[in-house]
Every structure is written in C-alpha cells, then in structure tokens.
Design a protein around this ligand. Structure first.
Ligand code: CMP
Length: 140
C-alpha cells in the first residue's frame, strides 16, 4: 500500500553537505518527497519528538546532538515507504549497518547516525503531524 513516513536528515549529515546525496537515494528507490523543511530544533522540540526515549541513558546526548545544528525534515511517500526507508537507512548503529546503506556510507556513531526514519505506521502518523500541518504536505 502507499504509505507515508517521516525522515530526518540529522545534523551530522547536513554538516557533511550530504543532503542531496541522501535525498537522491530516497528518490532512486521510488520514494517521493511530499513535504520538506530545514529547521534548527530547540531542546523542547527535539525532546518531545524523542519522548518515548526519555528514560533511556542516551536521551540527553540524543537531544544534545539533534539540537547541535540544523536538520532536514521530510515526509516520504510511496509503496511500503516505512520499511523501504528503513532498508535504505540500515541499522541504527552504523557499525552494524549493511554496506551500501545510508548509515554505512554517511554515519559515524550511533548518535551521529545521519538519518531518522519512522519505525511503524503509528509512529509515522505521530511523527509527521509533529512536524507538518496538512497544508504543508503536497500529495503527488
Ligand atoms: P533514531 O532512529 O533517530 O531514534 C533514536 C536515536 O537514539 C537513534 O536513532 C540513535 O541515533 C540514538 N541512540 C543512541 N544510543 C542508542 C541506543 N543504545 N539504542 C538506540 N538508539 C540510540
């Protein structure tokens, strides 16, 4: 089925000037960008996005990293978009990411891991509405 998923190009990948290379991988895999913006996240906005990890030991570092520079937030649309995006990204820890995945090619550490992608239909819905109003999404 056609799905939508939220993708974030994280501060490490933006700093590397890899925005275009990463979006090209989405497009080449048949995903369409239907919303996009560059934002500098506040602590509050980043903390709210990752609220499910609030009690985890890595939460403070995660929020610190996600607010360390601008990010590019996008909605990707396409057949099986949620799983497709996760396949393109590779494992959360770049050291475990399969060759040819975005994290294997662009990421260094588990925090600076280049991209985020929704992990389920439920999180996709929550994450998309956390960043975009309906009037900011352009079906195509
Ligand atoms: P992301 O997919 O954005 O979701 C939560 C982020 O927390 C994850 O990518 C990692 O960048 C970061 N993180 C840091 N340490 C861990 C860990 N031990 N397990 C999972 N995620 C972690």
């Amino acid at each position: 089925a056609t799905e939508r998923t939220l993708s974030i190009i994280k501060p490490d990948a933006v700093a590397k000037n890899a925005i275009g290379d990463i979006i090209a991988r989405f497009e080449k895999a048949g995903l369409r960008v239907v919303a996009a913006k560059m934002v500098q996240l506040s602590e509050e906005k980043a903390g709210g996005f990752y609220a499910e990890h609030k009690e985890r030991p890595f939460f403070k570092d995660l929020v610190g990293f996600m607010t360390s520079g601008p990010v590019v937030v996008q909605v990707l649309e396409g057949e099986g978009a949620i799983a497709k995006n996760r396949d393109l990204m590779g494992a959360t820890n770049p050291k475990e990411a399969a060759p040819g995945t975005i994290r294997a090619d662009f990421a260094e550490t588990i925090d600076a891991n280049a991209v985020h992608g929704s992990d389920s239909a439920e999180s996709a819905e929550r994450e998309i509405s956390y960043f975009f109003g309906n009037d900011e999404i352009c079906p195509r």
